[in-house]
Write a protein that binds this ligand. Sequence first.
Ligand code: COA
Length: 163
Amino acid sequence: MNNIGIYPGTFDPMTNGHMNIVLRSLKIVDKLIIGVADNPNKKPLLSIGDRIDIIKNDILINNISEKKIQIQPVKGLLTDFATSFNAKCIIRGLRVVSDFEYEFQMTGMNFKLNPELETIFLMTSDNNSFISSNLVKEVHNLGGDVSKFVSKNTIKILNNKNS
Ligand code: COA
């Protein structure tokens, strides 16, 4: 188990698009640390505890071995977090061209902070390229059906938030 990767995100909430990246990352790394972070530009709807519970449940229903995954809150810099796990790479999903600029900046900064840490981008699969956590929350909040984008358990947690 020496090839460790970090998959960081706000995951507010994790969507099927994120899960697709998790499943494909496991073909590249032996162990994936899912880092649940707070992006200073976002105000998450869900607590860090809820976001972690959702990911744990989604891992379970996708039959992913618990030995291959660790879910951890990210405190402080992502590069320090990655170093503390002896990770060799950060994995990010790229959906559309508009993701590129933001990802390009983060990758550049992370590379300056730790040149040993590579960032790997996986193109989001076709049917997930339009999903975003914000859109899922908006559609759900307005009474739309989000069952194609998130798990049943996630919908339950979102229902509790809106009630
Ligand atoms: N399928 C569907 N949607 C996807 C996706 C995929 N494969 N990959 C990303 N997304 C969507 C998410 O749903 C989310 O949508 P939203 O903007 O509507 O919420 C968006 O793309 C990206 O969010 P997410 O993947 O959750 O990550 P993020 O961009 O919020 O994460 C961090 C940013 C956490 C990686 C960054 O803030 C960080 O590293 N923080 C730690 C502190 C630090 O080191 N800062 C310095 C960084 S240089």
